[in-house]
Structures are given as structure tokens and as C-alpha cells.
Design a binder for this molecule. Sequence first.
Ligand SMILES: NC(=O)c1ccc[n+]([C@@H]2O[C@H](COP(=O)([O-])OP(=O)(O)OC[C@H]3O[C@@H](n4cnc5c(N)ncnc54)[C@H](O)[C@@H]3O)[C@@H](O)[C@H]2O)c1
Length: 253
Amino acid sequence: MSALFTGKVVIVTGAGGAIGRAAALGFAAEGASVTVCDLREEPAMQTVEAIRRAGGQATLAVADVSVSDEVERMVQTTVQTFGGLDCAFNNAGITHPEDSLWDEAVFRKILDVNLVSQMLCMKFEIPHMLARGKGSIVNMSSIMGVISQREPILQGYTSSKHATIGLTKAAALQYARSNIRVNALCPGVTRSPMVDAAMAMSDAIREALSNYAPLRGVAEPAEIAECAIWLCSDKSSFVTGHALVADGGYTAQ
Ligand SMILES: NC(=O)c1ccc[n+]([C@@H]2O[C@H](COP(=O)([O-])OP(=O)(O)OC[C@H]3O[C@@H](n4cnc5c(N)ncnc54)[C@H](O)[C@@H]3O)[C@@H](O)[C@H]2O)c1
């Protein structure tokens, strides 16, 4: 039996959440040994257990990806447990509390968790990929990395997701000759507990989200996970420095 990630080691951050869990399960189903990293232990452990129930290999790493020491420890745990590192999906992220326009503390926090975290992850992940002579990294951005919106205004989120694409391009060029590919992923609205809660708030919101993308409503987490898996895999071997938009046609309008 051949699978895309047989013998490969993959880190997924934010793997207790909607897209991260779908990706961790998807990588494991393709044969990868997966480090399931999240700030929240319980949902991350649920992801680990789901992978193991399905016959896959996973280890838990509770870490705040915006804190350098914790990222370093998470990567060390991965290498000690599985013997190296091949791929990483730096996916963890947060959005805004309501009414946070011009709020400096919120702005800094979002940049820390969504952007600085990805710099820290790559800083500690890449040396192990250099040791392997190969690697592939996907940094989670958003369609808010390529556009903005009028309502609601998401200052920090939009800034962080645009900057992820810049950071990704810089790293892609820096490591191109080292055979390490770095790409960004830009989903449109994707089903998650937050999106479900918003749909339950009013008929108007449900209606708006149901018609969000030209293709159909919102994405399922597994549809976005598939893009991350493809970008990490050898099937995208000539793709680097790219920001892949997966939004059902939203930004084509
Ligand atoms: N759901 C969407 O519509 C959508 C659209 C575009 C981009 N995204 C991006 O996709 C990523 C995943 O989003 P999701 O929808 O699965 O959300 P989610 O809230 O279900 O998952 C995010 C996960 O990240 C974890 N996390 C938050 N801060 C962390 C930290 N400091 N350290 C470690 N883990 C931390 C959370 O505990 C959570 O499990 C995010 O970066 C988000 O911005 C989501």
C-alpha cells in the first residue's frame, strides 16, 4: 500500500480546531506520523485519539505557538518522538473580539498568534528539514490575506494574514535552493464552531453564509485540509512562494 506521506513526519498547529483537526487526520490517513499541536489540551487530545482509533500515529504537543520556548519544545518533542521532520502546517490562529477597532493590545496579540508564531515555527522547523535535505511548509493565511472587507473591519486579522503571505514568499526564496518549499493557504469562510454559532444567531446571517461563495455556501474543513495536504506533498513539487486561494470563487467576484 502506498500513501502520500508514508514514513513522513508532519507538524500541524491549531490541530484541536476545525481545519487543523481535519488536516491532522488527513495527513495521518496518508501515512504520516503527526504532531498534534494546540494551546488547548483537550481538543488536541481528541484529535490524537481520533488518529489512533483510525490506526494512525500521532503525538500531543501542548504549546502556545506565539512563545519561542514553547515552539522550540514542540519541535523537539516531534523530532525525539518520530526521528525527524518533513512537513509542517502552521495553521493556528485567532480572530478578533467584537469592537476591537484601534485596540493596540488586540492588534499586537493577533499579530503575535497569527504571524510571529509562523516565523517562530519556521525558525525551529527548518533546521530539521535542512538535515533531511528536503521539506515543505504551509502557513495558514486567509482570503483576508489577499482582500479586505467593509463589514466587519478586521484590522489585526487582515494585517496578519496579508503579512503571512509576505513572510511565506521571503522564506520560500531563502530556502528554495535547499529544497524546502514554503507556501500559504488562503481559505474563504470554512465551517467551524464559530461559523456554526454565527449561523445560529439569526436568519439573516445564516442566509448570508449559505450564499457566501459562488460555488456554494461555506467550505468544509476537510476541503481546506486537502489543499494543505497537497501543498505539503510531493504532488506540488514545483510550487513554492505561492498563496493558494480556496474560497469557492469568492475573490473572483
Ligand atoms: N474557519 C474559517 O472560516 C477560516 C477562513 C480562513 C482562514 N482561517 C484560518 O484557519 C486557521 C484555523 O482556523 P479554524 O477555523 O480551524 O479555527 P479554530 O478556532 O477551530 O482552530 C484554531 C485552533 O488554533 C488554536 N490556537 C489558538 N491560539 C493558539 C496559540 N497561541 N497556540 C497554539 N494554538 C492556538 C486554537 O486552540 C484552535 O484549536 C486559523 O489560522 C484561521 O485564521 C479560517
